[in-house]
Design a protein around this ligand. Structure first.
Ligand code: AP5
Length: 214
């Protein structure tokens, strides 16, 4: 099964992708993670996109389509989870074509619905490990030992540069202007599954599972 997780910043796409990896052996393709990795490694792409990401704007379609295209091969594990991709209609068309060329198709697009106040709380409370990328929340899912990553033991938990209220506003605007039209795109294709993402991660995971299997 190949699915898209569609939702505003902080709606829990990465969190749900991790649960789907654990439960269904799916393979996560997160363009946000790929771009952050490119930045850390100082690649040409990383240098080019750094300022755009910090401002909360979308990087160009060409860059992210190339990143995704490099990773779609034959069927892998329980299928692909596209996390944060596509974000524009051009990216959605490209994804359809890339999957078609690989002899695959998209099975569902999960729209993750969360209210504004909850998005703000989730984004401003998030900390990530600079070493392995594991994600925590200062209040709802803190690491077992303060400042230490449960996953790799590194003491590199930090707030992302784009996780401020100011940048979140730009990210939300980008989402509603450029990404929200994909809700109609996938509805028209008969692939849209709407999920109310209120409640803890496991509760939301149950709703996602129902939406995918029901
Ligand atoms: P990206 O990394 O994709 O950011 P995003 O879409 O803004 O999503 P986030 O990672 O902020 O949130 P999430 O939905 O994954 O939530 P999470 O699970 O972490 O993109 C970053 C930037 O890269 C973009 O702004 C753009 O510049 C560029 N980019 C990326 N892809 C692109 C593309 N395709 N085209 C163009 N540009 C692109 O959860 C958030 C917090 O909430 C965590 O602390 C978590 O612990 C907590 N949480 C999660 N679920 C729950 C729950 N149910 N209850 C309580 N807390 C929860």
């Amino acid at each position: 099964m190949n699915i898209v997780l569609l939702g505003p910043p902080g709606s829990g796409k990465g969190t749900q992708a991790n649960i789907l990896i654990r439960q269904r052996s799916m393979v996560q393709l997160s363009t946000g993670d790929m771009l952050r990795e490119a930045r850390r490694s100082g690649t040409e792409v990383g240098v080019k996109v750094a300022a755009i990401m910090d401002a909360g704007e979308l990087v160009t379609d060409e860059i992210v389509i190339e990143l995704i295209g490099e990773r779609i091969g034959g069927k892998k594990g329980g299928g692909f989870i596209f996390d944060g991709f596509p974000r524009t209609l051009a990216q959605a068309d490209s994804l359809e074509e890339l999957l078609r060329q690989a002899g695959m198709k998209l099975d569902a697009a999960v729209e993750m619905e969360v209210g504004l106040k909850e998005l703000q709380d989730r984004i401003t409370g998030r900390v990530s490990c600079g070493q392995c990328g594991a994600v925590y929340h200062k209040v709802s899912s803190p690491p077992k030992v303060e400042g230490v990553c449960d996953n790799c033991g590194a003491r590199e938990l930090h707030q992302r540069d784009d996780d401020t209220i100011e940048v979140l506003n730009t990210r939300l605007l980008e989402y509603y202007r450029k990404t929200a039209p994909l809700v109609g795109y996938y509805h028209h294709a008969g692939l849209l599954r709407r999920v109310d993402c209120v409640g803890g991660p496991e509760e939301v995971a149950n709703s996602v599972a129902k939406a995918l299997d029901g």
